[in-house]
Design a protein. Structure first.
Length: 188
């Protein structure tokens, strides 16, 4: 059965302008084409008339580029929502906590999700783990997600690519299936 026939929803998680500030998030962002791939998938979902949900992070930290008073709170220009596409605003890592996402998906008989956006090790990972635990068939798109360098508890710096790959490895076949954009399109 194809993902199209399953009425699979696309979750566009935190594809916001605030992530253009690489220094704030740790620098050395990997996968610089993530937004472009998100935009490609968004167009595909629109062409197939499949459900789309735009998730937007509203940071409680007034210094964050994702705080609602900052320009970075806006969606990235590559994925501007259409009027009919729901926008779900969250203030924690999971798109399911403090929102009506789970209820809305259930009310629309949506059991399969494709998750894309930023950042792989934070809001993508948390949303995907919850989706899997809630029983959704979940797919994460490796080249439509990205992250930044991180410093470990011991002070060691870990590259964005290492963080990205280890996060995807932790999600794959446990909470979701990890695919790239090309692999996903073959399942539609």
């Amino acid at each position: 059965m194809s993902l199209k026939s399953k009425n699979t929803a696309l979750l566009m998680v935190d594809v916001q302008k605030g992530f253009e500030n690489e220094i704030y998030w740790g620098g050395n962002r990997n996968n610089k084409n993530a937004e472009e791939n998100c935009g490609f998938l968004l167009k595909l979902w629109r062409d197939y008339n499949l459900p789309i949900f735009h998730i937007k992070h509203a940071s409680k930290n007034p210094n964050s580029p994702l705080h609602p008073t900052k320009p970075g709170f806006a969606f990235h220009s590559s994925i501007e929502p259409l009027d009919k596409e729901p926008i779900i605003v969250k203030d924690v890592n999971s798109a399911f906590i403090g929102t009506d996402l789970e209820k809305t998906l259930g009310n629309n008989n949506i059991g399969s999700l494709v998750v894309v956006g930023l950042t792989t090790n934070h809001c993508i990972s948390t949303t995907v783990r919850m989706a899997g635990n809630l029983g959704f068939e979940t797919f994460v798109i490796s080249d439509a997600t990205a992250t930044f360098d991180r410093v470990g508890v011991d002070g060691q710096k870990y590259s964005a690519e290492v963080i990205h790959q280890t996060t995807l490895a932790s999600l794959h076949q446990e909470f979701a299936t990890v695919l790239n954009t090309q692999q996903l399109t073959s399942l539609l």
